[in-house]
Design a protein around this ligand. Structure first.
Ligand code: PBG
Length: 332
């Protein structure tokens, strides 16, 4: 020890961790109800709910039940709800025409939510997979997912959702050029104020498995989505995608999945400083819930910690199946 080294640690970082009050004062990031977007599954029927086996605590709901759930979410102060339709093989065709039908499940749900809970923002998913005979997000020709013809269909889907009253459109298909095409069509069609939250950096992930069960896509899907969703080994490409989608007219961008890709969230936020969201996807939810059900993890604490991590990584919010539970915890 040199003679000027004091006999005590000058920097005692534990001082600021000593009491709850000091920890609260020093805390940099917090989760609030404003950060939550709640994904929900809508199905045919009336006054009906069925549980999703691979996602304990998650239900598919008929349109009227979705409207009720939206009222509960609104009462908790959750700012947005995101609709996914559950579709059987009978709704699926080669031409995917149900995707832009004014009366499809999504569009019915948009109208019902807007009626019942006018203050909650309604977000949608734009991709052909719920209505495609082969479960892909785009048209398949000779075994290939074709880009430009798919974009034309996505534009029709977007306009039908905007017409039904959606506040936020969520293109999740990963085709090239779809944000620009959708933005131009919205402008031309009197929907200049509809926002787009682009699934800009969406990876070809194994964590979507339970979702594909929830929406009925597992049985339909042939092959994988690796020719349009991102390779999990890539990071720079996420920045190119975000830059491109912003230039084409996206208002917000998403990284998906969430927890395994927090590095991407941080890079996106630091590089662009735009509203950035992550999707804590079905497999992330399922893996936490499975451990909780086994008594291996403390459900509430792990839920809150996992969601706070998104804030720390730079996200402005998170799509999460925990939204209602987390909101209840935050509201005390
Ligand atoms: C499809 C879509 C998927 C998810 C959201 N939109 C699945 C996929 O790309 O196959 C996954 C969400 C989740 O796993 O929670 N357009």
């Amino acid at each position: 020890m040199s003679p000027i080294t004091p006999a005590f640690p000058v920097t005692r970082l534990r001082r600021m961790r000593r009491t709850p009050a000091l920890r609260a004062l020093a805390r940099q990031n917090t989760l609030t109800v404003d950060d939550l977007i709640w994904p929900v599954f809508v199905m045919e029927g009336r006054d009906a709910e069925t549980p999703v086996a691979s996602m304990p605590g998650v239900m598919r709901r008929s349109v009227d039940r979705i409207a009720k759930a939206a009222v509960e979410a609104q009462n908790l102060g959750i700012p947005a709800i995101c609709i996914f339709p559950y579709t059987g093989m009978e709704a699926r065709t080669e031409d995917c025409a149900m995707a832009w039908d004014a009366n499809n499940l999504t569009n019915q749900a948009i109208r019902a939510i807007k009626d019942a809970a006018p203050d909650i923002a309604v977000m949608t998913d734009i991709a052909l997979d719920p209505y495609n005979i082969n479960g892909h997000d785009g048209f398949v020709e000779n075994g290939e997912i074709v880009n430009d013809r798919t974009v034309d269909a996505l534009v029709k889907m977007a306009l039908a959702q905007a017409e039904a009253g959606a506040d936020i459109l969520g293109p999740s298909d990963m085709m090239d050029g779809r944000i620009g095409a959708i933005r131009a069509a919205l402008e031309a069609d009197g929907h200049a104020n509809v926002t787009i939250l682009s699934y800009a950096a969406k990876y070809a992930s194994a964590f979507y498995g339970p979702f594909r069960d929830a929406v009925g896509a597992s049985a339909a899907l042939t092959g994988d989505k690796k020719t349009y969703q991102m390779d999990p080994g890539n990071s720079d490409e996420a920045l190119r995608l975000v830059a491109r989608d912003l230039a084409e007219g996206a208002d917000m961008v998403m990284v998906k999945p969430g927890m395994p890709y927090l590095d991407i969230c941080r890079r996106v936020k630091d590089s662009f400083g735009v509203p950035t969201y992550a999707y804590q996807v079905s497999g992330e939810y399922a893996m936490i819930q499975a451990a909780v059900q086994n008594g291996w993890l403390d459900g509430e604490r792990v839920m809150m910690e996992s969601l706070l991590a998104f804030k720390r990584s730079g996200c402005d919010g998170v799509l999460t199946y925990f939204a209602m539970d987390a909101a209840r915890v935050l509201r005390g």
